[in-house]
Design a protein around this ligand. Structure first.
Ligand SMILES: *Cc1c(COP(=O)(O)O)cnc(C)c1O
Length: 391
């Protein structure tokens, strides 16, 4: 009899798999389903990035274009990362502080495999991206959830973390601008996080997936802007949300050389790097960030205002986020704080999919997440249905 590993049995059902199944079931019953459930940009990758990929893969002058990206890496990519961090955040990085990744989701698990021993503890801010815990489970480590509460501006309350946890933990995962709460962090919070890491010998792993998705002139900082951060912090950057490249699988991790090299060692043993053409295209994306992100953000900002204005006018007050491509909305009163009951009723009755907060952990119960990564007409239709329903 073939059996599956206990570690797989320990994984909670993956949030979006569950959601996909519910959507399929509703469609099969004949419901006209529209989804605002998933955060996967509908806007295409910028043309210059696509053109670079096409030219690089077709370039007959490059005899290595089809080869393993790890054996013949493209120096342009780490160089573009160094230039981007210098230009965007004023942070100088050295070569041993950068690793190219197959996107952040993959790299988050690889960092966990690279730094955790069985029985170790990892701290994950909650609500948060499920992959932090998944990495811990893959490394046979345990997750301690640090709640992000509205009354603390969705910041981690470092004083509330028990001494025993501080002693045993090896890593703390944070993410600002935050998915799903949309909260942003200022440098002062990052300073406290770095100080917490230094005092307790805990690596601070900042998932910076949404740093470029910001509105109303807001600019999101990097944790590496904090003095001495590179001794205890790493930052995961992904090209997915910044440049509409979710399917391309490209990102990087920067910061503490020991942690960066742990990721590299896992990569050397598990994946064979990214396609060279992809690395050239990624370098292009980072180099034109200033030119392309304003247009991308203008689209989300318009959608954000459409959703917030329309729901608020309909009597459902939701906050206007200054970053991420989500609206984090408290479920209407008549659902007594049950995000699943609300999401299920919304799907069954008007065919609109939103993500129930509960999927992001117990601390996000009472909320649901509305994603802005759908065409304007789809959002408009969904919002008019939600308004009628929520009333
Ligand atoms: C989308 C997302 C990522 C993953 O991005 P990839 O680079 O595509 O793997 C990581 N963290 C958070 C919080 C995200 O929302």
């Amino acid at each position: 009899m073939i059996t599956i590993a206990e570690r797989l049995q320990k994984l909670p059902p993956y949030l979006f798999v569950d959601l996909r199944q519910k959507i399929q079931a509703a469609k099969a019953r004949g419901v006209d389903v529209i989804s605002l459930g998933i955060g996967d940009p509908d806007i295409p990758t910028p043309d210059p990035v696509v053109d670079t990929l096409v030219q690089a893969i077709q370039n007959p002058e490059d005899p290595d274009r089809h080869r393993y990206g790890c054996d013949i890496p493209v120096e342009d990519f780490p160089q573009a990362v160094l230039d981007f961090y210098q230009r965007r955040y004023g942070v100088p990085l050295s070569d041993d502080q950068v690793a190219t990744t197959l996107g952040s989701k993959d790299a988050i698990v690889k960092l966990a495999l690279g730094i955790l021993n069985p029985g170790d503890i990892g701290i994950a801010a909650s609500p948060g991206y499920p992959t932090y815990n998944i990495g811990h489970v893959c490394a046979s480590a345990t997750t301690y959830y640090a709640p992000l509460l509205r009354e603390n501006d969705f910041y981690v309350d470092f004083d509330a973390i028990p001494d025993e946890i501080k002693r045993l933990a090896k890593v703390l995962w944070i993410n600002y601008p935050n998915n799903p709460t949309t909260a942003t962090a200022d440098l002062d919070f990052f300073e406290r996080a770095v100080e917490f890491g230094r005092q307790n010998s805990i690596l601070i792993a900042h998932d910076n997936a949404y740093s470029e998705n910001t509105y109303d002139g807001y600019r999101s900082p990097s944790i590496l802007q904090v003095d001495g951060a590179a001794e205890v912090a790493v930052e995961f950057f992904s090209l997915s949300k910044a440049f509409n490249m979710t399917g391309w699988r490209l990102g990087f991790v920067v910061g503490t050389p020991t942690a960066v090299s742990a990721v590299k060692t896992v990569k050397d043993n598990v994946d064979n790097g990214s396609l060279r053409a992809l690395q050239f295209a990624g370098a292009k994306a980072l180099s034109i960030a200033d030119e392309v992100t304003p247009a991308i953000n203008a689209v989300y900002q318009k959608r954000r205002d459409m959703v917030v204005d329309s729901l608020t006018a309909g009597g459902w007050a939701v906050e206007r986020p200054k970053a991420t491509m989500y609206i984090w909305a408290p479920v209407p009163d008549r659902f007594n704080g049950s995000s699943r009951a609300f999401a299920t009723a919304l799907l069954e009755e008007v065919g609109v999919v939103v993500t129930p907060g509960l999927g992001y952990g117990q601390w996000s119960e009472g909320y649901c997440r509305i994603s802005l990564t759908y065409p304007d007409e789809v959002i408009k239709e969904a919002i008019s249905r939600i308004r009628d329903f929520a009333r």
